[in-house]
Design a binder for this molecule. Structure first.
Ligand code: CO
Length: 405
């Protein structure tokens, strides 16, 4: 047994050996272990006081914090699941306080039997649990016009998170209500003060949409829509209406404020792209990244890739600004419409370098360079920037945003 695990250990490869040699302690004995009893059992867990990772939000802004966003510390997360406490937030009129005993979901409009569901009734129906990313379409929006050199992966790209979501398929609820053939759209409305609302094509509702009530094994947290949210796998964050109170079947989109004045992209010719739902394939290196300082030698480059259109098929990493690309290892599980963890072993020589990743999904779409996106979309866009993110490594090892290079 010993021999076998030693062989496996040695089999991890040259890059691993280099990292482990670098890790070998240089001083003698480890610190003494505690000699007194530790803490007792407790009713609700908390993290070590040594861990300080937190959502970032700009407190120095004229935007009221009730309609602001906070960003996931992607640099500090592991694997593909985002802790619920660190899932990014974007609110339009604050987090409402809702009692699940009185909250209901109404389905009406072009249906044979309008129905009102209580939260308890929904929790007792057959459910599914699926791991999906959720990304705000404004994620990476600062980079359209060249981001700040001191911005880090959390500030630039922290509006994406990934969770296991549990809920009831919307299709089952619509069938229960007798959805009519003339129904082509659904208006989804939240119970927040501003009644955030979006129109959703009926095909998506019948395909994989959920009325979700749980996230990562616990009831959805208030800032993620407690007690109910619409979940549309792979679609832009704001369509996943939180605090869901109403689904109305319509024969045309409702043209709500959030799909006319907002969440559209102004094109160079003055027209606007509207109903841009899919979040396109995208990847980012999370470690090492902006704000880190690396030493010469072996590094594991790691990051996440995702596609709202399907499953990540390939991730490539460059360390020479895109001249050559290397195939990264995808860490299982690799799931449709979920974050996918990738890694690639890099030995840094000490010369200036530009590192970046690009992904390809199973539809064959490859993440474009930002310059290629700008050629098509111009410079007026705020949303849907899935361009390749570059990090610049200076000769002293300091890493900054490389999108301006
Ligand atoms: Co959009």
């Amino acid at each position: 047994m010993h021999n076998r695990s030693r062989r496996r250990f040695l089999g991890l490869g040259a890059a691993w050996s280099a990292v482990l040699v670098a890790c070998r302690p240089k001083t003698a004995a480890p610190v003494a272990e505690p000699r007194a009893l530790g803490a007792a059992v407790s009713s609700y867990g908390s993290r070590s006081p040594h861990e300080k990772s937190a959502r970032f939000f700009n407190q120095n802004t004229k935007v009221p914090l009730e309609e602001a966003s906070s960003r996931t510390p992607l640099h500090d997360t592991y694997g593909i699941i985002t802790p619920s406490s660190l899932h990014f937030e974007r609110h339009h009129s604050g987090v409402p306080v809702i009692d699940p005993a009185t909250h209901t979901l109404t389905i009406h409009g072009l249906v044979d039997r309008p129905l009102v569901f209580t939260v308890d009734e929904l929790r007792r129906m057959p459910s599914v649990s699926r791991i999906y990313f959720l990304e705000c379409s404004g994620n990476s929006g600062s980079e359209w016009r060249g981001g700040s050199t001191d911005s880090d992966v959390q500030r630039v790209h922290g509006l994406t998170s990934c969770s296991e979501w549990t809920g009831v398929p919307v299709a089952a609820l619509l069938r229960e209500c007798g959805i009519q053939p003339s129904a082509t759209w659904l208006l989804a409305e939240g119970a927040d003060a501003g009644k955030h609302a979006r129109s959703i094509p009926i095909q998506k509702a019948m395909d994989d949409a959920l009325v979700a009530y749980a996230q990562n094994g616990e009831p959805i947290r208030p800032e993620q829509g407690y007690p109910l949210r619409l979940f549309l796998p792979g679609w832009e964050g704001n369509t996943n209406v939180k605090w869901l109170r109403r689904l109305k079947a319509l024969d045309q989109p409702a043209m709500t404020r959030e799909e006319t004045s907002k969440y559209t992209d102004l094109m160079p010719d003055g027209t606007a792209r509207q109903f841009t739902f899919d979040m396109e394939p995208k990847s980012i290196i999370t470690r090492p990244s902006g704000g880190d300082t690396v030493a010469k030698g072996a590094h594991q480059i790691t990051g996440i890739a995702w596609s709202g259109r399907g499953t990540i098929a390939r991730v490539e990493v460059t360390t020479d600004g895109g001249a050559t690309w290397n195939t990264a290892e995808l860490q299982s599980p690799v799931l449709p419409r979920a974050h996918t963890r990738f890694r690639w072993s890099w030995t840094w020589s000490g010369d200036e370098a530009v590192i970046a990743s690009r992904c390809t999904d199973d539809t064959g779409y490859t993440q474009p360079r930002l310059a290629e996106l700008i050629q098509v979309r111009g410079m007026n866009s705020q949303y849907h920037n899935n361009g390749i993110q570059a990090w610049k490594v200076a000769a002293d090892g300091k890493i900054t945003n490389g999108n301006r290079a």
